[in-house]
Structures are given as C-alpha cells and as structure tokens.
Design a binder for this molecule. Sequence first.
Ligand code: NAP
Length: 224
Amino acid sequence: MATWLVTGANRGLGLEFARQLRARGDEVLATARKPDRAEELRATGAAVLPLEVSDPDSIGALAKALSGRAIDVLVNNAAVTDEDRKIGDLSMDAFRRVFDVNVFGTALVAQALLPNLRAGKRRLIANISSQLGSVANASSGFSYAYCASKAALNMATVKMAKDLEAERFTVVTLCPGWNRTDMGGAEAPLDPKDSIRDLIRLIDGFTVKDSGRYVQHNGKALPW
Ligand SMILES: NC(=O)c1ccc[n+]([C@@H]2O[C@H](COP(=O)([O-])OP(=O)(O)OC[C@H]3O[C@@H](n4cnc5c(N)ncnc54)[C@H](OP(=O)(O)O)[C@@H]3O)[C@@H](O)[C@H]2O)c1
C-alpha cells in the first residue's frame, strides 16, 4: 500500500485518481479548495485537505498539517485554463492566473512537500502537464497562457529531476490525453477512467531511470 497526495481532486481527473487508488487500497491525501463541498471525493475514502495552489500560505498550511507524514507519490494535478486564443485577446490578468496555478503553485507544492516525499518509499513527483505544452507540436487555436504554462511546467519538471537526482527522486511530466472533464469538455474522446488507469499503471512502473521524461498516458514519449 502506498500513500499518494493528489491536488485538485474534488472533480475531473483528480477525483478519478482518488477513486481508483482508493479502490485498490492505497492511502490518498486529496486536496480541494472547498473541502466541505467535496462529497464525491470524501465518498472515495480519501482524506480531504484544503489547498489553494496559488496561495503560498495555503501551501504552507498543508505542509504543516502533513508534517512528519510520509508521502510516496505526489500528483500535481490541479490546473486552470483560459480562453485567450488569439494574440489580440491576451491579458496580463489571465496569464498571471494560469501561471500562478499551473507553474508557480505546482512547483511550490513540490517544494513544500519534499520532507514528506523524502520520508516516502517512492520519492516520485508526477506533474500533470499536457501535450499542449509541447513546443514541437504547437499549433494555433488553443489558449496561449495554458500552453505556455504547461511548457514552463515541463521545464520546471526537468529542473526538479536534475536537482533531486542525487536523492534518487523520480520527477516526470505526464499528459493524460484529451478527456471528458469540465476542462476537456464533452467532445473529448477519452473517458477519465481509462486515462487514469493508464497513468496509474505508468506511475507504478516508473523508476529513477524515467526521471525527467515527458510521457503520454499510453506510455509514448512526447517531443518537448
Ligand atoms: N481534461 C483534459 O482533456 C486534459 C488534457 C490534458 C491535460 N489535462 C490536465 O489534467 C489535469 C486535470 O484536469 P481536469 O480535466 O481534471 O480539470 P478540471 O476538471 O477543470 O479540474 C481541475 C481541478 O483543479 C482544481 N483547481 C483549479 N484551480 C485550483 C487552485 N487555484 N488551487 C487548487 N486547486 C485548483 C479544481 O478545483 P475547483 O473545483 O475548486 O475549481 C479541480 O479540482 C490538469 O493539470 C490539466 O491541465 C487535462
């Protein structure tokens, strides 16, 4: 049995992580911005903790609440997107909001939970990115801030992987594929059940040799 911490677990892919991990008997520390409204998450048997990823005080409070607790796998899942798809639509506010959550928040959650991860058996950080963060595959039509934030998260992942190599951490950046969630929309081809089953299987199999990789849910490497 392993202990996982999953951010943004009250809906979407984070909730599916909690469901599947609890169903096989793993311990899940699941975060939500509004724990009192996270009924579906609580029903999985996960422990629900408050976390606003863009607020350093909230991240600090989470680390304090978990002080001394070993965590095997951190899944940095919480993220936001926006609709600014054309150069003329861009605004500083939207860019900041997306970067605060998807990049700064994600990196600071990893930083704050390092003592817990050091005490764990896996020392594994899985950053949930997107194929939209691939510079090599970039196309027009998607949110500027979201794509740029996931490219920045990919770089932060590689930095963490190198930084923590001597401590035998495994830090990876993963794309779940296009899924039917609030973010992915109803037209998405993938059912979160399948995508998260694939991601859990991948994460289970990762070793330090995989650290720094950028991989899709089906196991295929993505071009940076
Ligand atoms: N769905 C897709 O097709 C797809 C494709 C590629 C990558 N991804 C990635 O997969 C991950 C999960 O996506 P999803 O489709 O499940 O998204 P979602 O349905 O929109 O759910 C996002 C989750 O993140 C939480 N969150 C948002 N802002 C937060 C903040 N500031 N602090 C803490 N939690 C926050 C949300 O909490 P609230 O309920 O409080 O807002 C919610 O639990 C994301 O990293 C996303 O970029 C998704």
